[in-house]
Design a protein around this ligand. Structure first.
Ligand code: C5P
Length: 274
């Protein structure tokens, strides 16, 4: 049995550059993995099975773990079945990439169980066929991602940062947030410049999807205001929401109706998993 941690991510900045002919959006974003984890157990078996601690999640072929298992088997032509058990801890519909992380972790695990026949670059390429964020989770944990999020430039580990992740009970659907995006409302700061600022320890945090998410759920704008009033120096929605990450010496104790997680940045070593 192989048991692996599957980390969440946040977007330290997220710029939307415009719609693409394929229905996706061109983005430029600095992604960072955090030490908020699901755990996945993998075992070679006579038949495929997928179980999950969260009974509200599908364990059918639409689960990204099942998609990753199927794509690994198809591409490698290794005719092997797997028993997989997913213990969920990362909230869903949160902008934290939990499903994509689970898919990348599955690709890594099946590669391990079969003696590493495939390079991590190849796994990342297969990951992009599963979802836009899956390739990122094949990186070492800090990456500047462009294209639809699947074109990676690894970035050296940033100075670790303690943060709170705050997830309102209601989530947000990624396609709904993108569909609500108004390009004219976005500022046009240069993402390469934003990246250089982060590398030079002068971070400027922003997320172009916040407006679109707040127009679907105005209560998110109110929650952000409340978190800012509570003393955090940075409060930013992660990805397409609905979670926020909060940096600084704020007070989280008065925040009700949300799941709250104390986390920090985490990276993996080049040759190992988290
Ligand atoms: O790739 P993934 O399945 O995670 O994307 C979910 C949805 O989010 C897409 O169907 C699309 O509506 C939206 N999306 C987008 N541009 C991106 C990533 C996602 O429009 N770069």
């Amino acid at each position: 049995m192989l048991s692996l941690k599957s980390p969440a991510k946040i977007n330290l900045f997220l710029r939307i550059l415009g719609p693409r002919p394929d229905g996706y959006h061109e983005i430029a974003s600095l992604f960072q993995t955090i030490d908020l984890f699901d755990t996945i157990h993998f075992q070679i078996a006579n038949n495929d099975s997928l179980t999950c601690s969260d009974h509200t999640l599908s364990t059918g072929e639409d689960n990204l773990v099942a998609k990753a298992r199927n794509i690994f088997r198809r591409k490698t032509e290794i005719d092997q079945c797997y028993a997989i058990d997913l213990q969920k801890n990362i909230p869903v519909q949160a902008g934290l990439g939990g499903g994509s992380s689970n898919a990348a972790t599955t690709l890594w695990a099946l590669n391990e169980l079969n003696g590493r026949p495939v390079s991590v670059e190849q796994l990342a390429g297969w990951g992009s066929e599963i979802g836009s964020d899956v390739s990122f989770f094949c990186s070492c944990g800090t990456a500047y991602c462009t294209g639809r999020g699947d074109v990676l430039r690894e970035v050296s580990k940033l100075k670790s940062q303690d943060l709170w992740v705050v997830k309102p009970l209601e989530g947000l659907s990624t396609p709904a947030v993108y569909a609500n995006l108004k390009m004219t409302e976005l500022d046009n700061c240069d993402p390469e410049q934003a990246l250089a600022l982060f590398i030079n320890h002068q971070p400027h945090y922003f997320n172009d999807l916040e407006h679109a998410a707040f127009s679907i759920k105005p209560e998110l704008a109110i929650l952000k205001q409340e978190l800012c009033r509570n003393g955090f120096s940075t409060v930013l929605m992660s990805g397409s929401g609905s979670s926020f990450f909060c940096i600084g010496d704020g007070d989280i104790s008065g925040i009700s109706g949300c799941q709250v997680y104390r986390t920090s940045y985490v990276n993996r070593q080049a040759n190992a998993w988290y």
